[in-house]
Design a protein around this ligand. Structure first.
Ligand SMILES: Cc1cc2nc3c(=O)[nH]c(=O)nc-3n(C[C@H](O)[C@H](O)[C@H](O)COP(=O)(O)OP(=O)(O)OC[C@H]3O[C@@H](n4cnc5c(N)ncnc54)[C@H](O)[C@@H]3O)c2cc1C
Length: 645
């Protein structure tokens, strides 16, 4: 007898994207299983860069603290070419104007010795400017963090464990069928996906089979995705000619910028230095064909890429600095850049692919793991709301719509960035080479993209730009801008992102303005309107099922001076808890907060509502006079609550 089971969501693959999905579903109380073909998780190596937006996302699940504590933080980014060195100095990025506005700082610091030998008389400046960074709450500092992929995976696995969930392994799927019955496919309570799983047993024993009937399946099974191939989706794009060696080790070198993220561009090849947790460092080294090819077969010979070989290549790139034989090598590998996107991200809105299964790109911009986790961050809340019967199944179409476009943009960006990074530097002998200005322009232009902060979802059922003019700097379709406000009741400063957890609820930020008696009248009338049975707040919420299952969280934000505002003036429907009434003012030190109305372009004499989706992206904005447009927005994907007879 073959064992049969049912589950709401089956996740295939427990890498970063599968684990993020599992974590989101566990938090939402969804019935799911996660399986992986490997007996244990990834032990070392692979991805290591955590971008600013991903830190925010992890923070929204309460998972970022260990990264901030243990990861290597990158505050300085350096580009060094054979002729001169450029320090790209990180500082705060002011994201509040709606676009990234690096606060540029330039400074002189060091010289690349090779240059003087080449006879240049010009003073060689090292010029600092922005780097990418991310919000670290309250400080509003922006950072990129590096840490081993295994640590990220462990973070999720521990979180799942605390919720009573473990990865089932080693298990391999051997067949997947989706029902053709249109009625069954439209019914979110049905189990239209049948997957046969082979439980791998100790050698010499045939695997034990299990048939799983699932409502939804998420294929997060990596670049060689079995799920993708089974669905017949193609990977469109190219394999580039760039071959990179990667090595994680504790270096022994006199290169002064070894603890900074550094791009070295030399005629002997390029290298990217990524400082890592503890004393570790990662090198990405550009390899020539002769370094890696078998001269007989003309194919890549992985056996040639040893740690010794990679250090040898590094030595040439670093000359005249030295790189000595390392005492400790953690991991090394070879990486060929394939820039591809899957032709589809979902089959019949029942089986989805995520992460490397649907996009692959170079590691240079450090996007792989980030894009992968953000795919399932996008999908998780949608699955949860459909499974709860709160959202129409058509909501799931927005997953492919939003993430496939993002993946394509990522590949386009990566193609340009990798070519610049892998090309030879411009010199008097090589005028076609990559100039410093070209590199810097591309680096600057890509800041919002590579940090993840500039991800912008296009108009759809869940992105409505009709009333963008009410808050021109809060870009609808992008993540909510970070901002410190002050709690009216106890004057404590709070970062708004800390009030936007990924808990499947929509957050309604009500900018109530300057609380004059006239304005209080407007706010009161809006509160009354939202209490009507026809309003979205009443039609789509499920108060009887408790806070964890509720659909909305309301955060009123006043303008003005904290000393003049009484939080009890806010009408009760908007004042769900004393800690949720905020004011756009500075804290008692006068250093934190203030200026948001002006920065966001919100009129303090009007009442403006900002709808933030459960994944932290702004879904719509509306003035108090356009409640019907918010009703319409939610009506396009939420299901009206049916009163129990
Ligand atoms: C060898 C290697 C080196 C890499 N080096 C770098 C690097 O230097 N820098 C960088 O930024 N990125 C690197 N990456 C890419 C980075 O690891 C990925 O972008 C990131 O892990 C994507 O996460 P994911 O969850 O989508 O896929 P993965 O991390 O690949 O996870 C997929 C999971 O699915 C499991 N799986 C696969 N097939 C099946 C199956 N049939 N059934 C069940 N489970 C299955 C796998 O065991 C794995 O746990 C590397 C990847 C690999 C494989």
């Amino acid at each position: 007898m073959v064992k049969e089971s049912r589950v709401d969501v089956l996740i295939i693959g427990a890498g970063p994207s599968g684990l993020m999905c599992a974590n989101a579903l566990a938090g939402a109380g969804v019935d799911f299983r996660i399986i992986d073909n490997r007996p244990i998780g990834v032990p070392a190596g692979q991805a290591d860069g955590i971008q600013p937006r991903t830190i925010e996302v992890l923070q929204s699940y309460g998972l970022a603290e260990p990264l901030l504590k243990d990861g290597a933080q990158m505050h300085l980014c350096v580009r060094t070419s054979a002729s001169r060195s450029f320090h790209i100095l990180s500082s705060n990025i002011d994201t509040c104007a709606g676009i990234l506005q690096p606060r540029t700082q330039w400074r002189h610091r060091t010289y690349w010795p090779g240059c003087r030998r080449n006879g240049s008389n010009s003073p060689l400046s090292i010029q600092g400017m922005f780097c990418y960074l991310a919000s670290s709450y309250l400080l509003n500092v922006f950072l990129q963090i590096t840490i081993a992929q295994s640590t990220i995976e462990a973070l999720f696995i521990d979180s799942l464990k605390s919720q009573g969930v473990a990865v089932d392994r080693p298990i391999v799927p051997s067949s997947l069928e989706i029902s053709e019955d249109a009625e069954e496919l439209l019914n979110p309570s049905s189990y239209p996906v049948k997957v046969v799983l082979d439980h791998m047993l100790p050698s010499d024993t045939a695997p034990e089979q299990e048939i799983v009937h699932a409502k939804f399946v998420v294929g997060a099974d990596g670049a060689h995705s079995w799920v993708r191939k089974t669905l017949g989706f193609s990977m469109d794009g190219e394999q580039s000619d760039y071959i990179w060696g990667v090595i994680d080790f504790i270096p022994d070198t006199d290169f002064p910028d070894i603890r900074n993220r550094c791009a070295i561009h030399s005629s002997n090849g390029s290298c990217m230095i990524i400082p890592r947790e503890g004393d570790k460092v990662r090198f990405y080294l550009q390899m020539s064909d002769k370094d890696v090819m078998d001269p007989v077969t003309g194919r890549i010979d992985k056996a040639k890429v040893t740690a010794e070989r990679l250090i040898d290549v590094a030595r040439k790139t670093f000359y005249p600095y030295t790189v000595n034989e390392p005492k400790e090598v953690d991991w090394c590998s070879i990486y060929i850049i394939g820039q591809r996107v899957a032709s589809k991200f979902s089959a019949k809105d029942r089986v989805f692919i995520a992460g490397d299964a649907c996009h692959t790109h170079s590691p240079k911009a450090g996007q792989g793991m980030n894009a992968s986790m953000n795919d399932t961050h996008n999908l998780g809340w949608k699955l949860a709301q459909v499974l709860r019967g709160r959202a129409d199944i058509s909501l799931l179409k927005t997953y492919e719509l939003e993430r496939q476009k993002y993946a394509q943009d990522l590949i386009d960006f990566d193609r340009e960035f990798s070519a610049l990074f892998s090309g030879k530097p411009r010199t008097s002998d090589n005028e076609e080479g990559v100039s410093h200005e070209q590199f810097l322009t591309a680096f600057q232009a890509s800041g919002g993209f590579s940090s993840g902060i500039g991800v912008h979802y296009m108009p759809s059922a869940i992105v409505d730009t009709t009333h963008q003019a009410c808050a021109p700097s809060i870009i609808i379709g992008q993540r909510m801008l970070p901002q410190i406000f002050v709690r009216v009741a106890d004057a404590r400063p709070v970062e708004i992102h800390d009030m936007l957890p990924s808990d499947t609820r929509f957050k309604l930020l009500v900018f109530v303005g300057l609380l004059t008696s006239e304005q209080l009248g407007k706010v009161g009338r809006l509160a009354e309107e939202l209490q009507l049975p026809t309003s979205f707040l009443q039609k789509y919420d499920h108060p009887a099922e408790g806070k964890a299952q509720s659909m909305f969280d309301i955060i009123p934000i006043a303008a003005g001076n904290k000393d003049d505002v009484n939080y009890l003036d806010i009408p009760p429907p908007f004042r769900t808890h004393w800690s949720k009434v905020l004011i756009d003012d500075t804290d008692v030190t006068g250093r934190l907060g203030g200026g948001a109305y002006e920065r966001f372009g919100i009129d303090p004499k009007e009442v403006t509502m900002v709808v933030v989706r459960p994944d932290g992206y702004v879904g719509m904005i509306a003035p108090s006079t356009a409640v019907e447009s918010i009703d319409k927005y939610f009506g396009s994907f939420l299901i009206v609550r049916q009163e129990k007879p």
